[in-house]
Ligand binder design. Structure first.
Ligand SMILES: Cc1ncc(COP(=O)(O)O)c(C=O)c1O
Length: 291
């Protein structure tokens, strides 16, 4: 919409932004200020960008604080992260300009909506008087849903802090259970330390993918473990995956697990090459760094 030049930055195995690549791109584009879109939970892997490292990279590349703007896209995980003890802190004490959270994801609003939190000076710079509603507004069209905030408010009131905390902990626990169960079944899988998104090798069979409604990207697929997911569901998913997999692999045309080391790290890959290396796999191999 703004017709600003957009540059993609590489990511690490975890899905986090690769700050070495970011630095190279910043140095190559020193003449322009930078608007950086960070992810607090990437879509495919749930990777959380390290705000401190990004700011350090900007400073080291000669970008003073008046020459960069950081937006934090926390669509799914922004509302979950504050409830995880020892999780990274996303705060306006750091040099970020804004953060967004979707209302229709974890909070379950029945209509698409979201919350943008920004600094007052940016809000004042952008908002204008909409005469006929006797209010100030920052939206492009000057219109917005009145229902969405009510649904959000209702949801927050109904669950309360403890309610949300319990839901978050349950999702994380179940995601870890799924990651372990896939690993025990010999299926390459990965789970970031602070995430409910389990990444694993893409199933060979399109029918299986579509029946379980799996989102795939290249050689990987993911399951986002939300509040409605039960242990029974996860058990039947993995059992069916393992059973189908043994049939796919029996077929002469497909005889080996996909190598997904590039996507999930060698430790989490169960292809014949990486498995043969006999790397001891801990019960829960949590990905934090590029491995
Ligand atoms: C990282 C990220 N940003 C943004 C979105 C989209 O958010 P919304 O549906 O609120 O536009 C998604 C997911 O759908 C996402 O994973």
């Amino acid at each position: 919409m703004c017709r600003i030049q957009c540059i993609k930055v590489k990511s690490l195995v975890s899905g986090e932004i690769d700050c070495n690549d970011l630095k190279a791109l910043l140095l190559a584009n020193k003449h322009n200020p930078a608007i950086i879109n960070l992810n607090i939970g990437t879509t495919m892997k749930g990777g959380i960008d390290d705000i401190d490292v990004v700011i350090k990279t900007l400073e080291e590349s000669g970008f003073s604080r008046d020459r960069f703007y950081i937006h934090c896209d926390a669509a799914l995980f922004g509302i979950m992260l504050p409830f995880l003890k020892s999780g990274p802190k996303i705060t306006f004490k750091k040099l970020i300009g804004s953060i967004t959270i979707s209302g229709h994801k974890f909070l379950g609003c029945p209509i698409p909506c979201g919350v943008l939190i920004t600094r007052l000076n940016y809000m004042n710079a952008l908002s204008r008087d909409i005469g006929y509603i006797a209010s100030r507004d920052v939206t492009i069209t000057g219109s917005r849903s009145g229902h969405a905030p009510i649904f959000l408010w209702y949801n927050l009131q109904k669950k309360g802090l403890m309610g949300i905390k319990n839901e978050v902990e349950n999702c994380i626990r179940n995601a870890r259970y799924l990651k372990d169960k896939l690993g025990d079944g010999g299926i390459g899988a990965m789970l970031n330390e602070f995430s409910n998104t389990v990444v694993f090798e893409k199933p060979h069979d399109d029918e299986f993918v579509s029946r379980w409604s799996l989102a795939c990207n290249g050689n990987i697929a993911h399951v986002v473990v939300m509040q409605h997911v039960t242990i029974q569901m996860l058990d039947s998913f993995v059992e069916e995956f393992i059973k189908s997999r043994s049939m796919w692999f029996k077929d002469g045309t497909i005889n080996k697990a996909l190598c997904i080391a590039h996507e999930v790290g060698a430790l989490n890959c169960t292809c014949s090459f990486h498995k043969a290396k006999d790397i001891p796999t801990p019960a829960l191999q949590l990905v934090k760094q590029n491995v």
